[in-house]
Write a protein of this length. Structure first.
Length: 343
């Protein structure tokens, strides 16, 4: 009997029967419109997974009166990288008659989860989540409520949603051999806290490629601080200045890779103030290839991430998702190293 039901397109009634609860309870769970007992919620969640249930998106769109609102969650509204991508995405969306509502969760998992909860009661036809972490449960609930989600600049093996992301690992297979060839046996990693998923993958990619190339890159080479999440240009400078003051030149890695160009530019200022030369005393590689990276002194070697292309590919995935194809689609954008004078 259960196998027969799985062959059909699961309905909310089937979920209720599988869970042994009323249809109203399932509806309240999906729409977050009433508080349920923990045991009831757990039964419904288990039934949804068992039946592989997802709501009828066509009907959901009609219930939301064919909404043209798209909610975008961004980790930081002042981040130059996200601003350019969002500008491209918004321009295309407006041309197609959609409206973008943007919310900055400031790298706070709690704020992100709160925004996702509110999205369940919104009239949005789609939610786009840039980066994010510790949000899998809320995203799954949002999708179950009938609002599709796209992950931007992030990949996940746990969530059944569409995704658009840069390949945050393969580029290091070409960078680390170059680090070794230049005579560096240690690589300093100057990173924001490794919490959001794309940074986790980036850091794992660095460590994997470093090990393969025979370059030391362990915990002693990781320089990270919570202040680097926000205002990372200024805070990157202050933190690197502190690192240089507390450590001898001999004890520090002579080659550095940073999680963003802003951190790298902040580090350049700290090196210069301490009378260190780049790349003679320290070499440094940034990440993002923001416009100013080619204007600093020396011009910054960086990993190029085409922010405009990300915005365009994100809209391409938006059209796929809004057509009803809500999961299993991935667009992976390659990265490349832009060699300048800092490395």
């Amino acid at each position: 009997m259960a196998e027969k039901r799985r062959c059909q397109h699961p309905t909310i009634k089937m979920v209720a029967e599988e869970a042994g609860v009323s249809v109203g309870s399932v509806s309240n769970f999906l729409n977050h419109s009433a508080k349920l007992r923990t045991a009831t919620s757990e039964k419904i969640e288990k039934a949804i997974r068992t039946l592989d249930y997802s709501p009828d998106y066509v009907a959901g769109s009609l219930r939301r009166k064919k909404s043209k609102n798209i909610m975008v969650l961004s980790p930081n509204m002042n981040n130059t990288f996200h601003t350019k991508t969002l500008s491209t995405y918004t321009d295309i969306a407006i041309k197609h008659g959609y409206y973008i509502q943007t919310y900055g969760y400031e790298y706070s998992p709690a704020r992100e989860r709160s925004a996702l909860k509110r999205a369940r009661n919104s009239k949005s036809c789609l939610v786009v989540v840039f980066n994010g972490c510790e949000d899998e449960e809320e995203i799954s609930r949002l999708v179950s409520s009938g609002i599709p989600v796209i992950l931007a600049d992030r990949l996940s093996d746990e969530l059944r949603v569409n995704m658009v992301a840069f390949d945050n690992e393969k580029v290091f297979d070409s960078i680390l051999p170059m680090v070794k060839e230049k005579g560096y046996d240690r690589l300093g990693v100057f990173f924001e806290p490794v919490t959001i998923i794309n940074l986790v993958r980036r850091y794992e990619g660095i460590k994997r490629a470093a090990k393969k190339a025979g370059v030391q890159c362990g915990e002693k080479e990781l320089f990270c601080d919570k202040t680097l999440r926000l205002d990372n240009l200024q805070n990157g400078y202050l933190y690197m200045r502190s690192v240089l003051e507390k450590n001898t030149y001999e004890s520090l890695p002579k080659c550095w890779i940073c999680s963003s160009d802003n951190l790298a530019i902040g580090a350049l200022k700290a090196f210069r103030e301490k009378k260190y030369r780049v790349p003679e005393d320290f070499s440094i590689i940034g990440f993002d290839n923001i416009a100013v990276s080619s204007f600093v002194n020396p011009p910054l070697t960086t990993v190029d991430q085409d922010q405009k292309l990300l915005g365009e590919k994100l809209w391409e995935m938006t059209e796929i998702t809004l057509s009803g194809n809500i999961a299993g689609n991935r667009i992976i954008i390659p990265q490349k190293l832009v060699l300048r004078e800092s490395f």
